[in-house]
Design a protein around this ligand. Structure first.
Ligand SMILES: Cc1cc2nc3c(=O)[nH]c(=O)nc-3n(C[C@H](O)[C@H](O)[C@H](O)COP(=O)(O)OP(=O)(O)OC[C@H]3O[C@@H](n4cnc5c(N)ncnc54)[C@H](O)[C@@H]3O)c2cc1C
Length: 491
């Protein structure tokens, strides 16, 4: 009999790890608590509308291409991609808008229109962003860190300042541009990493290379469709995918994991990989002595935002919106403060609004629009039905003022989703959408470990671990642990 591996959780982290282990000859079973695979990247279907419940920005396409090449396969055999043009539209309030496009010269002109010399400043900023991105790909992201000495490698010691490990992004961006609209374009992606730009290390300026150079894509069946492609790869490799099978306990013997107890019975395994929310795996599925991290460790973490999401099926076309739309408030520091400093429901928040019908008309009935409205909010907020409804009504007015589109009219389908849902659906710590923020002290070697300290054959992948939040990052995490497992146990 060959060796067996059991994967907890069927999001991108779990699916990508399961396929890699199956490639390496393990007999793999993946158990997922929900009735659908995809994790945070699931569908919600209602009355002819198909909503992508979680991620919607397909970024860093090369990471996906590389992942499939590890199997001698092509991504295009599993799902198709549409490039977006414009990449996204920004609303600045008071009727002002801007579009970022695949044509860099246009983006330069936009920056020049914000301030004299802005075009050249963008060019210069992008050059350093590209350089850092290449270094990060070469030396940081695809590298596992078991101890701090590995983090402070030669490159970091010699180039740490240039790479912007120690200074903060907000400050760094101000060295290039001073117009607030330009600054916001160069900083907003920190929200993807669950981080306040004033607290993010400047190395994350790589995100501008990610969106403005590598581009923004949309998988033709949405991100949940891309997750289905990963599930298909798993099936081809013989992975057993079991849904509705919530893990209740990780079973151990003599300090080793030997299996899991689930809602559908017990599964034995030689190695276990958890992609479920890290704090849940540690605090609920293991005994206290088997945990790597204490309760106080979790209490001291900077937890990434939760999200207030409205999935709306609108019975008319919305002419002011593109596929991806962002609103950057004049004083966005106030919004970040309500997330990270003084937790509260933000009053005039920045928001993200996607309208995937602009690219995929099949996601809504004819003549209708598929709308996803998202506001990042502090984790751990009180969340009652009345509060949700009240906040939604407030947001509708706010969105109308900013975009000129009234989302309160012609609603055919509506679902509100926030803290309680993240906890119920994913066991998310404090209802976080994204896990842990990317502050310096929660980057690379400072993120929770890929391998348990107490239970040596228990591994972790997913967004809580290095390299971190976002679909491309969790694919990299799975590649790192698969390599580690292969080195420890052989193929
Ligand atoms: C609203 C939203 C928007 C986002 N936007 C983007 C974006 O545009 N682009 C991008 O790249 N990233 C985005 N992200 C982040 C990205 O979705 C995540 O980083 C990534 O999908 C996380 O994958 P994962 O496998 O680590 O976790 P998950 O997808 O959460 O998978 C973990 C799985 O474990 C399961 N599980 C939990 N407990 C148990 C248990 N006890 N037993 C069995 N199963 C269990 C859960 O049900 C879940 O399916 C977004 C996230 C959210 C929530």
């Amino acid at each position: 009999m060959g060796k067996t591996a059991l994967v907890i959780g069927g999001g991108f982290g779990g699916l990508s790890a399961a396929a890699l282990l199956a490639r390496d000859g393990w007999g793999v079973t993946l158990v997922e608590k929900n009735d659908q695979l995809g994790g945070r990247a699931r569908y919600w279907h209602k009355d002819g509308f198909t909503f992508d419940m979680g991620p919607s920005w397909y970024l860093m396409p090369e990471v996906f291409e590389r992942y499939f090449s590890l199997f001698g396969k092509k991504r295009s055999s599993y799902f198709d991609l549409s490039p977006l043009d414009p990449y996204y539209k920004v609303f600045y309030g008071e009727g002002e808008t801007a579009e970022l496009t695949p044509r860099f010269e246009e983006n330069k002109e936009l920056f020049e229109s914000f301030e004299k010399g802005g075009g050249a400043a963008l060019q210069e900023y992008m050059e350093q962003s590209t350089y850092k991105y290449e270094v990060a790909m070469e030396d940081f992201l695809y590298r596992d860190y078991k101890h701090i000495g590995q983090f402070f490698n030669r490159r970091l010691m010699t180039e740490g300042l240039r790479l912007g490990v120690l200074n903060k992004l907000d400050h760094f961006v101000s060295g290039y541009v001073s117009d607030r609209r330009a600054k916001q374009i160069l900083e907003y992606a920190m929200v993807f990493l669950g981080t306040d730009p004033a607290q993010a290390p400047a190395i994350y300026s790589i995100m501008s290379h990610v969106d403005l150079k590598l581009g923004v894509f949309f998988p033709q069946k949405g991100m949940a469709g891309a997750a289905e492609g990963f599930a298909q790869l798993c099936r081809e490799l013989g992975v057993e995918l079991v849904t509705n099978a919530e893990v209740k306990r990780i079973l151990t013997k003599d300090g080793k994991a030997v299996g899991v107890e689930t809602a559908k019975g017990t599964y034995e395994a030689d190695v276990i990989i958890s992609s479920a929310d890290y704090e849940h795996t540690e605090s609920t599925l293991l005994e206290k002595v088997e945990r790597t991290y204490t309760d106080s460790y979790w209490k001291k973490r900077v937890v990434a935002p939760s999200m207030f999401i409205a999935y709306l099926g609108i019975g008319r076309k919305l002419k002011n919106l593109e596929h991806h739309n962002l609103y950057f408030a004049k004083e966005w520091g106030g919004h970040f403060d309500t997330i990270f400093k003084n937790p509260a429901w933000p009053d005039s928040p920045c928001f993200y609004l996607s309208c995937i019908t602009k690219t995929d008309p099949t996601s809504a009935p004819q003549g209708c629009e598929n709308v996803f409205l998202l506001v990042p909010v502090a984790p751990g907020l009180a969340d009652t039905d009345e509060q949700r409804e009240e906040y939604f009504l407030h947001l509708v007015e706010h969105v109308k003022e900013v975009t000129g589109e009234d989302l309160g009219k012609d609603i055919l389908v509506k679902r509100l989703y926030t803290h309680r849902d993240f906890i119920q659906d994913y066991h998310a710590y404090q209802g976080t959408a994204l896990g842990l923020s990317h502050t310096l002290m929660q980057t690379a070697v400072f993120r929770p470990r890929h391998q348990s300290k107490q239970v040596k054959n228990l591994y972790y992948t997913g967004q809580y671990t290095h390299p971190g939040v976002g679909v491309p990052m969790v694919l990299i995490a799975s590649e790192l642990i698969a390599k580690d497992i292969q080195e420890t146990y052989g193929r």
